[in-house]
Ligand binder design. Sequence first.
Ligand SMILES: NC(=O)c1ccc[n+]([C@@H]2O[C@H](COP(=O)([O-])OP(=O)(O)OC[C@H]3O[C@@H](n4cnc5c(N)ncnc54)[C@H](O)[C@@H]3O)[C@@H](O)[C@H]2O)c1
Length: 311
Amino acid sequence: MKIRNILITGAAGFVGSHLAERLLGEGYRVTGIDNLATGVQKQVPKSVRFFKRDIRDPSIVSLFGNIQAVFHLAAKNCISDCQNDPVETTDINVRGTANVLEACRKANVSRVIVAESSALYEGCTQYPTSEEEVCPQSFYAQSKLAAHALATAYQRYYRLPCTSLRYFNVYGPRQDYRRTIPPAMSAFIIQLLKRQRPVIYGTGQKKRDFIYVDDINDFHLLCLKDRRSIGQTYNLGSGKKYSILQVYRMIDQMLQTGIKPIFKRDLPGEAQVTLADIGKARKLGWKPKTTLEDGLQNSIEYIRRVVVSHQ
Ligand SMILES: NC(=O)c1ccc[n+]([C@@H]2O[C@H](COP(=O)([O-])OP(=O)(O)OC[C@H]3O[C@@H](n4cnc5c(N)ncnc54)[C@H](O)[C@@H]3O)[C@@H](O)[C@H]2O)c1
C-alpha cells in the first residue's frame, strides 16, 4: 500500500517535531498527537493536523483512519523523572504503547515504527553493543523493554508490521532543555551562553554515543521505503563515543568562555558507556553524516537564537 498519511505520537517533542517537518518536506501528510506534557505546540509545523490528546486514551483510534504509517515517539523519558515515578512511567510507556499498537491494529496500519532507547543496554559491558545484548536497569529502560515486547507480540499475533528503533543520545536544535535535568549538551550550551557554571553529574568520564537528529530522520524515511525493516530492531547511533567532559570542552572552545563546570554526585540509573553497533542499520544503506562539531554548531545557533535571547 502506498504511504501518504502518517501519524506521529509525541509530535510536539524534539524528535517528533523534526520528523514532522521532514515528512512534510517529502510530500507526506502528517497527523500529530501529543498531550503537551513536555512537548511544545509551537514546535509543530503549521501544516500538521495536530491533536492535543493522550496516547492512553482509547478514543485516539478515531484519528488513525486512513493512516498508513505510524511513528510512536510519545513517552515519559527523562530518566530521573521516571525513577521518581515508576507507576506513571509504566502507565505512559507500556499501557500507552499498547493503546497505540491497538489503534494501529484496528486501523490496519501498514507500517509502525516504535521508538525504543539505548537505555536497554544500561547494564551491558560489550562495546559497541549490538541489538541482541539487552540489559535494562532503570524504570525507564524496563518500560521500553516492555514496549518492545508488546510490539513483538502485536507483530506475532496480529501481523502488525512493526520496526523498533533504539536511539542513542539524539541531539540537535529543540532538544528538550526544559526537563528537570536537561540533556547535557543543551544544559552546557545554555549555561555557557549565559556565562553560568554548568553542572556535570559524576566525574564527566561517562561516555555517550551522540547522533544528530537529521541522521535519525534519514533512517525514519528508509523504514518507510524499505520493507526489509519490518519485524526488525535497529540501533541508531554514530558508532563513536565521547566523554561528557570532552563534549563540555568542545562547547567551551566553540564559545570561548573558559568557564569551569561544577561537579555533582552522579545520577542513578545511568550507564557509564553507550556505544552503538550500527552494522545492522548500515546494511540497510544508512550512515550517519553529521559530525559532532557541525551538530553542536547547529545546536548552539538554535539555542542562541531561540532560547537564550528570550530568557
Ligand atoms: N532524544 C533522545 O536522545 C532519545 C534517546 C533514546 C530514546 N528516545 C525516545 O525517542 C522518543 C522521542 O524522544 P524525544 O527526545 O523527542 O522526547 P520529547 O520529550 O521531546 O518528546 C516526547 C513527547 O511525548 C509527549 N508525551 C509524553 N507523554 C504523553 C502522553 N501520555 N500522551 C501523548 N503525548 C505524550 C510529550 O509531550 C513530548 O512532546 C521517546 O520515545 C524517547 O523515549 C529519545
